[in-house]
Design a protein around this ligand. Structure first.
Ligand SMILES: [Fe+2]
Length: 329
């Protein structure tokens, strides 16, 4: 694998719209009032701007996540944990057959800098791609005043286990995180905690539903609990996952409330493999050889469990491990 020593370049600024074009390696990125236009030596592609920006900020914010992030069927990134592929058509049969597919590998830092520069230039005040569409403005139209607040929600580290003395109240009415409108009908009872003598003050429990209900973002982790390679993320999900995620390992989903519809396809070809509707209490393991996209008609709560063991992606890719975690029967 050749890693290109490239950095993002600013190209011309369009006088009519105010948006600047960018180049990373041989990919160029331009936007107009409605669309992002991506071109490379043998081809070009167009993506609706809201979808492009919602995917871009999450790709940066997730650190390129595990495996493949498809912005749509054609364009996306693959994480090699230190380096990142930027590809167009490399996992799309039509583009492959036409010979216009293209892939370049960069340092993760270079791709992150490029996507950040593009996002900062192309996102104006009044539009937040991390919010649900019903809770933010639109990105269409000419450039407006630049946003001055952080485009990405920084992770807030808890000082202690949530709820124990010494932890700061991360989410509450007082700290500006009201319960989202979609969860206004929930009761948030506090759990009963009964300690054995000698353990008072060391054991605590919170109502996780209360915490997730106050998340102001969608399809972006609200809490991540990391124990060695075990990663547990809870999120609130509304509208559609703005990317199609291609797994490089199993990924466990526990649906905590409401429902999410998932389209599941072959990772390499995009050929449909299944549709599932997960309702509250359902558990599933997304296999390591698929791509998937979720649709949440109403804001819902989802818990995602990942195995972050380094090198796991190679053990799945080589066939050493089966693409699914359990054999039944
Ligand atoms: Fe996934």
């Amino acid at each position: 694998m050749t890693v290109l020593d490239a950095k993002v370049e600013r190209l011309e600024t369009d006088e009519a719209t105010g948006y600047t074009a960018f180049r990373l390696g041989s990919f160029t990125f331009r936007r107009d009032e409605y669309f992002a236009h991506i071109s490379w030596p043998k081809g070009n592609h167009i993506i609706e701007i809201d979808r492009f920006l919602r995917a871009t900020v999450r790709d940066i914010g997730w650190g390129f996540f595990y495996g493949w992030i498809f912005f749509d069927d054609v364009f996306g990134t693959t994480n090699h944990y230190g380096t990142v592929d930027v590809f167009a058509g490399s996992y799309d049969k039509g583009c492959k057959d036409a010979g216009i597919d293209h892939l370049e590998t960069f340092t993760a830092e270079a791709v992150s800098e490029a996507f950040t520069a593009i996002s900062q230039d192309w996102i104006s005040q009044g539009y937040d791609p991390l919010n649900a569409p019903l809770e933010t403005g639109t990105p269409i139209g000419p450039k407006g005043p630049e946003r001055t607040d952080p485009l990405l929600r920084a992770f807030i580290a808890a000082d202690r286990m949530l709820g124990l003395p010494g932890d700061k109240p991360v989410r509450s009415d007082a700290s500006g995180f009201p319960v989202n409108r979609a969860f206004a009908d929930l009761d948030f009872d506090l759990p009963d905690v009964e300690c054995e003598p000698g353990f008072e003050g060391q054991l605590h429990a919170i109502n996780l539903f209360d915490h997730i209900a106050r998340s102001d973002v969608t399809w972006n982790p609200s809490i991540s609990a990391v124990t060695r390679a075990n990663i547990c993320c809870v999120t609130s999900e509304e509208h559609m996952l703005p990317v199609i995620h291609g797994n490089d390992r199993n990924e466990w989903f526990i649906q905590l409330s409401d429902e999410i519809h998932w389209n599941i396809a072959d990772k390499n070809s995009g050929a449909p493999r299944g549709r599932i509707v997960m309702k509250a209490g359902d558990v599933c393991a997304m296999p390591a050889d698929i791509r998937h996209q979720g649709f949440a008609p109403k804001r819902s709560m989802l818990m995602v469990m990942e195995n972050g063991t380094p090198g796991l992606e190679q053990r799945y890719a080589s066939g050493e491990l089966k693409p699914y975690p359990v054999d039944f029967g």
